[in-house]
Ligand binder design. Structure first.
Ligand SMILES: NC(=O)c1ccc[n+]([C@@H]2O[C@H](COP(=O)([O-])OP(=O)(O)OC[C@H]3O[C@@H](n4cnc5c(N)ncnc54)[C@H](OP(=O)(O)O)[C@@H]3O)[C@@H](O)[C@H]2O)c1
Length: 246
């Protein structure tokens, strides 16, 4: 199998960390970013201990210049970008009536604009290469909207919408760039730590405790999408825990 250069945003914990570790084991070269540098260093050390190739950068996905710097670092170190995984995200859910406007803004900034800035940073490079693969982390919340998750769901619907349009644009242009959405259900990560509304957090903690699957299961979906032959594009992959109803 061809070794690819893979950028993962939000690689300091959860799905991003698990994805980075699995892809490194599969022989890919990793470029990791997130805001917590110490956590990134730990992930990178564990990859290097197993013989993997990895670099990491402190970067915030809401800063377009920092996203460009991540792309430049990947090119400087490895000469190309084969896959860019827009994984960074947060989920401070609450009912609209709670009026947590700052958290609405933050979710739109990270979950939507952060994905767009990632695409901005890598798309022209992939077009010039004549191939590439953009993988955006959606959610089942991009298909169903439930009480307390209006804004989070809206951001994940947006990820699905922009990914679908981008996939069609790249297909029409015959650019060789593939676009995939991975849409997990409940996954055991640090995601619930961003919830400040105590009612919503209690509900989600109970649900996740009984239902959530490990982040390594989602990493396998990313690996599957990457591993498909270049003429085949996994459009969207929805992965629910077996016990998750909605
Ligand atoms: N867990 C689930 O049940 C679930 C289900 C469906 C979809 N997802 C999606 O999966 C993705 C990963 O979440 P997770 O579950 O793995 O949660 P997590 O453990 O909290 O990981 C979130 C990651 O995003 C990074 N991040 C947050 N804000 C950032 C910013 N402004 N700039 C750069 N990095 C940022 C965090 O790193 P720093 O704090 O170090 O920056 C962290 O590495 C998210 O898009 C989430 O919506 C999760």
């Amino acid at each position: 199998m061809k070794s690819k250069v893979v950028v993962v945003t939000g690689a300091s914990s959860g799905i991003g960390e698990a994805t980075a570790k699995l892809l490194a084991e599969k022989g890919h070269k990793l470029v990791l970013c997130a805001r917590r540098e110490e956590k990134l260093r730990e992930v990178a050390s564990s990859i290097r201990e197993k013989g993997g190739e990895v670099i990491f950068l402190r970067a915030d996905v809401t800063d377009i210049v920092q996203m460009e710097e991540v792309a430049q670092a990947a090119i400087a170190e490895f000469g190309r970008i084969d896959v860019w995984v827009n994984n960074a995200g947060l989920m401070p859910v609450s009912e609209i009536i709670k009026d947590k406007v700052d958290e609405w803004d933050r979710m739109v900034d990270v979950n939507v604009k952060g994905v767009l800035y990632g695409i901005h940073a890598c798309l022209k490079i992939m077009r010039e290469q004549g191939e590439g693969h953009i993988i955006n982390m959606g959610s089942v919340a991009g298909h169903v909207s439930n009480p307390a998750s209006a804004v989070y769901s809206a951001t994940k619907f947006a990820v699905r919408a922009l990914s679908d349009a981008l996939r069609k644009e790249e297909a029409e242009a015959k650019s060789g760039v593939r676009v995939t959405v991975i849409a997990p259900g409940a996954v055991d990560t640090e995601l619930l730590s961003t919830i400040t509304d105590l009612d919503a957090r209690r509900d989600d903690e109970e649900f996740y405790a009984s239902t959530a699957i490990p982040a390594s299961d989602v990493a396998k979906c990313v690996d599957f999408a990457i591993d498909m032959p270049p003429e085949a594009c996994v459009d969207e992959l929805i992965l629910r825990p077996t016990l998750q109803v909605h």
